[in-house]
Design a protein around this ligand. Structure first.
Ligand code: GJV
Length: 403
């Protein structure tokens, strides 16, 4: 079989600035030739006689590029369709740490919530709005929900005698009309690896339209945390497996396994805290008051881990936490943490596997950066890129001896 694929013409959907070494800078609308697709994320392309890597997510094949206007980049039909059924709402409501965190925020702030106006964006079955109405005395709660679940939510509000306070509005938060500005904008918008789904964009747009000056955002801030880790079980299950398959050598399938299982992050990974090789570091922090929609296109963070354990380094694990500030000056805030040391949540953690595990030693340093690049076409998606290098004191010591 030929290794090389025939050259294909693609169009750059948006600009990309390369790193100046093996990556190529392209401008929106550039026509280029894809020479090779060594991974699903990075392709080797040629533009005006110069070669380099470009993120595959930025490229669309000639004909498809012309058709993209017709498709919905938000995939709303599918997205809101899935929230129109109970499955996801059951999963979210069954998540005690998540739901109790929102309840705790309302209970702790019940006195200050009195006579306040609240918007609950993406209210789902309305649990947060109902907590507000039952546990505090707000003047009004506007519960906004785009999916067909809104009809059931209205019924639940009635059934629980909250219709005096809670008004359910069915529609996209971006389009809905509220009768007044709000004091508090509450929303549970966090997706896998914090940003996936990019519901946060809807929250920012609603903030700019409906939150009064000096109003409160719940959550008020969000943090993405990263750690280098072991993932022995997952590696054994998806990669080492092929070494001895019923006594046969299936290792020729390993490159395929790499593509299929390790090129994309593994969501819903439950990580044993003991598998952390270093102290986790916060790599990205979002301030929900100052964050802008344009900032979401590309978010970057740096890390420098000092390994506290020796052993196989299989990849990086990521999770997020959010913080709800008190309505009272100096009051205690509430945190919802989805890390391996906190109460488990339905988000669990996200695992990024290395192509191959590396044996690492105590004291080794892993430095690098993480980039969350939003897909220029499919607005709910993103590509996560980790650049890193490891410097080992053990190897340095060995090479010193050899010299
Ligand atoms: N307008 C109204 N409802 C929305 C919007 C929007 N722009 N976006 C999402 N929802 N944490 N990742 C609704 C959606 O239909 C679902 O009921 C809920 O918000 C998602 C909340 C959990 N998702 C998440």
């Amino acid at each position: 079989m030929e290794d090389e694929e025939p050259p294909e013409e693609y169009v750059a959907l948006c600009s990309f600035t390369g790193n100046g070494s093996d990556q190529l800078s392209v401008s929106r609308g550039d026509r280029l030739i894809v020479r090779a697709k060594p991974s699903s994320d990075w392709w080797w392309v040629e533009l005006r006689g110069v070669n380099g890597y470009v993120p595959a997510s930025h490229l669309l094949q000639g004909d498809a590029a012309e058709q993209q206007e017709v498709e919905d980049p938000w995939q709303d039909e599918e997205y809101f369709g899935s929230y129109g059924t109970l499955r996801l709402h059951l999963e979210m409501l069954s998540d005690k740490s998540r739901t109790e965190a929102f309840r705790k925020v309302i209970v702790r702030n019940s006195a200050s919530l009195q006579e306040k106006v609240v918007m609950d964006l993406g209210c789902g079955t309305g649990i947060v709005s109902l907590f507000c109405a039952k546990l505090a005395q707000p003047a009004a709660v506007y519960a906004v929900e785009a999916s067909s679940m809104a009809a059931c939510t209205r019924e639940l509000v009635k059934q629980n005698a909250c219709e005096e306070v809670v008004t359910v509005l069915q529609g996209r938060a971006e389009e809905v009309q509220l009768p007044e500005q709000v004091d508090i904008l509450v929303s549970e918008w966090m997706g896998n690896c914090l940003l996936f789904e990019y519901m946060v964009e809807s929250v920012l747009l609603a903030r700019d339209r409906w939150l009064r000056d000096g109003g409160t955002m719940w959550p008020s801030s969000a943090t993405l945390t990263l750690v280098p880790c072991r993932a022995h079980g997952y590696y054994a299950e998806k990669m080492a497996f092929w070494e001895n398959t019923y006594g046969l050598d299936f290792t020729p399938l390993q490159p395929l396994a790499l593509q299929e299982f390790f090129a994309k992050p593994k969501f819903s990974h439950v990580m044993d805290p003991d598998d952390c090789l270093a102290s986790p570091e916060d790599v990205i922090r979002l301030d929900m008051y100052t964050l802008q929609v344009a900032d979401l296109e590309e978010m970057q963070g740096q890390f420098q881990f000092c390994l506290e354990k020796s052993g196989l380094f299989h990849g990086f694990s990521a999770w997020f936490s959010v913080c709800f500030k008190s309505l009272e000056e100096g009051g205690a805030s509430v945190e919802l943490n989805t890390g391996p040391n906190a109460e488990p949540t339905h988000w669990k953690q996200t695992l990024f596997m290395l192509d191959e595990p590396i044996f690492a030693h105590v004291g080794d340093s892993i430095r690098g950066s993480i980039i969350l690049r939003r897909n220029p076409v499919w607005r709910r998606h993103m590509t996560v890129t980790l650049h890193w290098d490891i410097s080992s004191h053990v190897q340095e010591a060995l090479s010193c001896k050899a010299n």
